[in-house]
Design a protein around this ligand. Structure first.
Ligand code: DLZ
Length: 244
């Protein structure tokens, strides 16, 4: 008999206007790589453009809530900087130029705000060619992409239970932390945290189980779809509309 578990009726949403952040832990990399690929596959299938996806990694799952919160703030900073600089050199540009004068050149490039800020006293970044710089920005999902605040953020981690209480403490803290960030920021944070009793459970949920490494279901695909759905619905809610 077929089971009753699962996501229910599938809806499709247009992700093309969205900007999405993915923050993943590096612990248990085999699982994380597969889950990340699943997320990217479904974001792309929903129309999210690669240049509008920003990916950052952190060491472990414990770091996820803080990183998600800070990344959202960084995207707000980018959006503010872009709106100040917008309009091709009007009042905004004048303000930035005045600020640069007042700071005596300690801020070398305000247009890079949120991407890379060189503060007073910080060592100068290594020189890169134009081509390298372009490639680097593309890797950050920012070169020609949108600068609006993220529409949704996806946190990916895989915790595997060991012989101490470590697993319980981190699972609990991260779950609560991610929920808090989404309620505090008002932006959807997708819960891509696998809390696993065994490695095999992880392979099943990353779609890499079995001898051929292609069995199970990649939950990353569901997380990408959830990010697009919530991103689209939040935009509707912000305008007093209820997107079906
Ligand atoms: C320390 C640790 C352990 C033992 N296990 C995991 C794990 O299974 N999955 C994971 O994402 N992170 C693990 N970590 C690292 C912690 O999440 C965290 O990065 C460190 O405690 C530093 O804050």
């Amino acid at each position: 008999m077929a089971g009753i578990k699962g996501l229910g009726e599938a809806h499709t949403y247009d992700g093309s206007p969205l900007r999405i952040a993915i923050i993943h832990a590096r612990w248990n990399t085999t699982l994380i790589s597969a889950l990340l690929a699943g997320v990217l596959k479904s974001l792309t299938a929903s129309g999210v453009k690669r240049e509008n996806i920003v990916i950052q990694s952190v060491p472990g799952s414990y770091e996820l809530p803080y990183a998600v919160q800070r990344m959202y703030t960084a995207s707000q900073t980018q959006a503010a900087a872009a709106s100040i600089l917008g309009g091709g050199g009007g009042l905004g540009r004048g303000l930035v130029e005045s600020a640069t004068d007042l700071l005596g050149g300690s801020v070398t490039d305000l247009t890079g705000l949120g991407r890379e800020v060189v503060g007073a006293g910080a060592p100068a970044p290594p020189q890169t060619t134009e081509k390298e710089e372009e490639k680097k920005k593309e890797g950050e999902g920012g070169a020609k992409g949108l600068t609006q605040p993220f529409d949704a953020l996806i946190a990916i981690g895989a915790l595997i239970k060991g012989s101490t209480m470590h697993f319980e403490y981190i699972s609990d803290a991260v779950s609560h932390g991610l929920m808090r960030v989404q309620l505090d920021t008002g932006r959807p944070v997708i819960f891509g945290l696998l809390t696993l009793l065994t490695e095999e459970q992880g392979r099943e949920r990353a779609g890499i189980a079995g001898e051929g490494g292609d069995q199970g279901h990649n939950h990353g695909e569901d997380w990408g779809a959830a990010a697009v759905e919530l991103g689209v619905k939040r935009r509707g809610w912000a305008e007093g509309r209820f997107v079906k």
